[in-house]
Design a protein. Sequence first.
Length: 131
Amino acid sequence: MLTSWGQSTPGTSACPIYWGHTVHVLRTPGQPPRTASATLHHKLPDGRILVPGVVSHGTNVVEPPELIAERLTRFASCVGRENIIAGTDCGFAQEELNRRVHPSVMWAKLEAMAEGARIATQQLWGAAAAV
């Protein structure tokens, strides 16, 4: 399930509402500027996956991989390292010609997210982790 709400609301506060349904994967904005330091306050039910947004869809600033890794490890400390997948806050484009950021920025953000996930994987699973 994909959820989306304003940039001023900590999205993870709504998680218990969704877990009561047949939702196994919840993709949610995770890093709005006003709530970037927020953490989960609810335990995930067994077998559920959280995909928090760890890069912003609405700015031309490419997040450093180390910051992305920090965000992922913070969420992992709340829901478990095996229950988290990196994602974007929202889609980069509302339609083909209505993009929020230039495609070169989109790709740079995705590359930074992949590198941040590699760093977080090493931190969470150890040096022997296969990435």
